[in-house]
Design a protein around this ligand. Structure first.
Ligand SMILES: C=C(O[C@@H]1C=C(C(=O)O)C=C[C@H]1O)C(=O)O
Length: 202
């Protein structure tokens, strides 16, 4: 699957990656943090200090392939996104695609500024988490916003170019999200909302 196809692939990225091998979420941090400008815009400009980010590396058979950053209002952790608090190293996908109340905006592919804050943050964390530098070509990302009971959760997923060279699916069996293993340690123009669940497995 080409990088372009990964950027546009609907449904759960975790489930899609898990078709290629042993899937793991490496949790880098989940903490109160300042949001960047696109996040603030897309989450309705929350006050500083009341926002939370979750940053992870997604691996297949140990190979780090995606850096992802999720952001949300901290207040929603007491309500619609409560389950995120205890999520730990389980994939966020568990909360998104089984629930018919969750809607997702259209996916927005984006080439990140190589010197911008998001990419620099990824580079720092990538080196720490993997022991290797992120390649210069790791610039293509996509973002989307999930909504549950009016509360928004924004996810950015940044792809390692190697994702395009994953071995083809060994079979047609689709793993359920419950079988996913856990390892240790632009602006959105007129979003179109669709049930996140209806995309599951496509
Ligand atoms: C959003 C999904 O979950 C993935 C898992 C994440 C996590 O556990 O933090 C973050 C981004 C995703 O790529 C998905 O599978 O589509």
């Amino acid at each position: 699957m080409s990088l372009r196809a990964w950027l546009r692939a609907p449904g759960s990225l975790s489930a899609r990656l898990a078709r290629h091998g042993r899937f793991e979420v490496q949790l880098l941090r989940q903490t109160t943090a300042r949001l960047n400008a696109p996040e603030r815009r897309q989450l309705g400009r929350p006050r500083q200090g009341c926002t939370l980010v979750r940053e992870v590396v997604l691996r297949v058979d140990g190979q780090p392939l995606v850096w992802a950053r999720s952001s949300l209002h901290q207040s929603t952790l007491a309500g619609p996104w409560k389950a995120l608090k205890g999520l730990g190293r389980r994939p966020l996908a568990e909360l998104l695609y089984q629930d018919r109340r969750v809607q997702r905006s259209t996916l927005q592919p984006k080439r990140l500024n190589p010197h911008g804050g998001t990419r620099r943050q990824m580079q720092r964390q990538w080196r720490q988490a993997t022991g290797t530098a992120a390649p210069a070509g790791m610039q293509w990302a996509r973002h989307s916003v999930f909504k549950r009971q009016g509360a928004q959760l924004r996810i950015l997923e940044l792809f390692h170019p190697e994702v395009a060279h994953l071995a083809p699916y060994p079979g047609t069996r689709r793993p359920s999200l419950k079988t996913l293993a856990c390892a240790p340690g632009g602006r959105l123009h007129r979003p179109v909302w669709q049930s996140a669940r209806s995309h599951q497995g496509r």
